[in-house]
Write a protein that binds this ligand. Structure first.
Ligand code: ARG
Ligand code: GLU
Length: 724
């Protein structure tokens, strides 16, 4: 087919597809349950694999190529020699760890040109899933309906220990049991963990973080958010601590890479470790989230970001000090704003309420009222009853306990009371702490956060010392913090070190309690630990029990509904198809972006949008090798897979089990999918595998890495000159 004809066909398909509604499939499914619940639907959507190809405990299967990366992201094996692909923002800590002013891998990128150059990362690990087992019956053996929540928890903990102990005895495996459906089911995950994981490659941040916080959570996107690692095993192939004798792991499976490209309607599957979702929250909880919790934390973070904006605009030193902290604060600030908009657009509270009304009716008929009759009423009572407590809980955590000075105080408190913590330990912490700290900025943040706490929280949760001090300073937060910071020894490094020189470890605690800043922190910590937490725990335990009952009832009532458990950091499969979306009336987004867009966004004066010279050169010469398509270089694409935080780095897999991209974000309009999924709006964002290979090969000249991989091209044959 010539190019014009293929464009014509594409246009035709686009038109046809835009008249159909989305094929997005809600849910993050357990891999060992796919054959019953999902296999047929996945195949109807175009998948050519069987459930057994995805998860099998006897033969090698796709799951053997998927790892939990450090416990917070996902990674995947892409070569028979242990090469792992994940996001740049997942490897960020490691890339930063190996960086210094002279050798700045964050700015310049890093490519190991031989195995010897690969960099060891203390503490980093990857875990494979060996098998998943339903252990519900064993875990709940002996649990009775009348049991107190506390007794139930103790019993379950004991059972869990016994079962995991037995499952791993005599092996080097580990096992974890997690509750699903609020404790109606329990599954055990047997894992194998490798602790020698080396950094192999990372693009410069101007590629790996292109668009920065401005583009974060947004489509259209142009970020090359990937990095490469390698897992090493002992000479026997088993996990081993870092050693020069270790060898690259021979994985049971690795993903071939498909250079054939993506078209709307193509089947996609995301296989990884999503962190947390709350799909079954009641209307009361959603109402509380949208009208109280999210606005509260958005507002607090907005205040912080405003202060940091100013501090960073006025000083290059501060800009660097606060870059990573700023990114951390901005990430969820932006997500919550999108989440709230999405929940409102979906009328989430109303929809949930309607569901609950139906449940309530069902629960109070057919002799079920003893078991389920008061569930909905109790939800309302509990959520209504603790408004003030919840506000205090959310405000103290978001505003006070997250202050840098609070983190420092916590550590000093620990130093004073913990025998095993040495002077070297605390000094190492102090060194790192003040490196990214500016006293004037911290004082401003403290003033603003104390004011927020005062504004949001009722009297019974206000520390008396805080009230007294504030009165003394005429209710003026600037005066108050000026006093606190002037009188304190912890607000500046030299002062603190001098203080530690002067006072023996034994006396540090007592002395610090006279320090106004430190002791104010302790007063807040006391309120949190003694007044807020215990009450919060009581209501949470009640809610746990209610949700468990509600969940059991829902599943009984809607016998034919296909339920999926909330994400909880365990291995899941989400699937859907490549597709764009309509973010607003009159606007249509394509499913892909290209290098053209990077050049359009280029701004040499804005660190987030700098384009490396080499990339521009490749663009001008259109030197895309086998990775381009129709004279263009694809960069990112969207698809309708249900994903969440933790899915970062997850492979996007095509109908035949090959890698076509890696997941790294969600589109803004769909960020409410942690609570309610909308097939029309929820899109995950991935880097196109072709862009990744292009950067490795043409930009970095690390073609030796590509030679390790197994490439296929369903579009046209891979030219012989690829990866030269
Ligand atoms: N939003 C993505 C996630 O939740 C990416 C965050 C990292 N990128 C950034 N610009 N801060 O992790
Ligand atoms: N960036 C997220 C992560 O680190 C993935 C985006 C999302 O929340 O879906 O896991």
């Amino acid at each position: 087919m010539n190019r014009l004809a293929s464009k014509g066909l594409l246009l035709f398909l686009l038109i046809v597809l835009s008249f159909q509604s989305s094929h997005a499939v809600e849910g993050m499914w357990l891999p060992h349950l796919l054959s019953n619940l999902n296999e047929k639907e996945m195949q109807d959507l175009g998948m050519k694999l069987t459930a057994k190809d995805i998860y099998d405990i006897n033969e090698s299967s796709l799951k053997d190529a998927i790892v939990s990366f450090g416990g917070f992201c996902t990674g995947e094996l892409i070569s028979p020699e242990g090469l792992i692909l994940t996001n740049h923002h997942c490897g960020y800590g490691q890339i930063q760890y190996h960086s210094s002013v002279e050798n700045d891998l964050l700015t310049d990128g890093f490519w190991a040109m031989s195995r010897e150059e690969e960099l060891h990362n203390p503490g980093l690990f990857v875990s494979f899933i060996v098998r998943i087992e339903d252990v519900t019956d064993q875990v709940l053996e002996g649990v009775t309906p009348g049991m107190s929540e506390e007794d139930r928890a103790t019993l379950i903990k004991d059972k869990t220990r016994a079962i995991t102990g037995q499952a791993t005895e005599g092996t080097h495996y580990e096992a974890r049991i997690k509750p699903f459906y609020y404790g109606n089911e329990y599954y055990m995950f047997v894992t194998e963990t490798y602790r020698d994981v080396r950094l192999v490659g990372a693009p410069p941040s101007s590629i790996g973080k292109f668009g920065g916080d401005t583009d974060n959570w947004m489509w259209p996107r142009h970020t090359g958010d990937f990095s490469l690692f390698r897992v090493y095993s002992g000479p026997d192939g088993k996990p081993a601590e870092y050693s020069e004798d270790n060898i690259p792991l021979k994985p049971r499976h690795f993903l071939p890479v498909n250079l054939g490209g993506v078209e709307p309607g193509d089947f996609t599957m995301v296989f990884g470790f999503p962190g947390t979702t709350e799909q079954y929250l009641t209307s009361h909880a959603v109402e509380q989230l949208t009208s109280e919790i999210n606005p509260t934390r958005i507002n607090i973070r907005q205040v912080k970001l405003d202060i940091l904006d100013e501090a960073m605009a006025n000083s290059d030193e501060n800009r660097i000090k606060y870059a990573s902290k700023y990114a951390g604060i901005a990430n969820y600030w932006k997500k919550w704003i999108g989440e709230n908009k999405g929940l409102e657009r979906l009328n989430a509270t109303r929809k949930k309420r309607e569901e609950e009304e139906a449940f309530d009716e069902w629960a109070n008929s057919g002799g079920r009222s003893g078991k389920y009759g008061n569930v909905i009423t109790r939800f309302a009572e509990i959520y209504d009853g603790e408004n003030e407590l919840n506000m205090a809980y959310n405000t103290i955590r978001e505003a006070i306990l997250r202050l840098d000075i609070a983190a420092l105080s916590r550590r000093l408190d620990q130093y004073a009371s913990d025998e095993s913590m040495s002077r070297e330990d605390i000094e190492a912490y102090i060194d790192r702490f003040y490196k990214d700290y500016d006293v004037a900025t911290e004082q401003k943040l403290t003033a603003a956060m104390l004011a927020k706490y005062r504004e949001n929280v009722v009297g019974q949760f206000q520390p008396t010392t805080f009230t007294e001090l504030l009165n003394e300073k005429d209710g003026d937060y600037e005066k108050l913090t000026a006093y606190l910071f002037n009188e304190s020894v912890i607000d500046e490094k030299e002062e603190l070190l001098a203080f530690l020189d002067k006072n023996k470890k034994k006396r540090v605690g007592k002395k610090l309690r006279k320090d106004p800043l430190f002791s104010l922190y302790r007063d807040f910590a006391y309120i949190y630990n003694e007044k807020i937490q215990p009450r919060k725990r009581t209501t949470d335990a009640e809610l746990d029990e209610l949700y468990r009952t509600y969940m059991a009832g829902l599943r009984e009532m809607q016998e034919d509904r296909r339920f999926y458990p909330d994400a909880n950091g365990t291995l899941r499969v989400a699937y859907g198809q490549v597709e764009g979306y309509e973010p607003a009336d009159g606007v249509e987004y394509l499913h892909y972006t290209t290098l053209e867009g990077i050049m359009d966004k280029e701004d040499p004066d804005n660190a987030e949008f700098v384009v490396p010279a080499k990339l521009r050169e490749l663009y001008l010469k259109k030197e895309y090798g086998p990775y381009g398509q129709d004279g263009m270089m694809p960069v990112c694409f969207t698809a309708s897979n249900h994903t969440t935080g933790g899915n970062s780095g997850s492979p996007v897999i095509d109908a035949e089990g090959r890698l076509i991209g890696i997941n790294f974000d969600r589109a803004w309009q769909g960020t409410m999918s942690d609570i309610m999924f909308d097939p029309e709006m929820c899109r995950n964002i991935s880097v196109d595998a072709r862009y990744i290979l292009f950067i490795i090969d043409k930009f970095a000249g690390a073609g030796h890495l590509i030679k390790e991989m197994s490439l296929v091209n369903t579009g046209s044959p891979v030219p012989a000159d690829s990866a030269e």
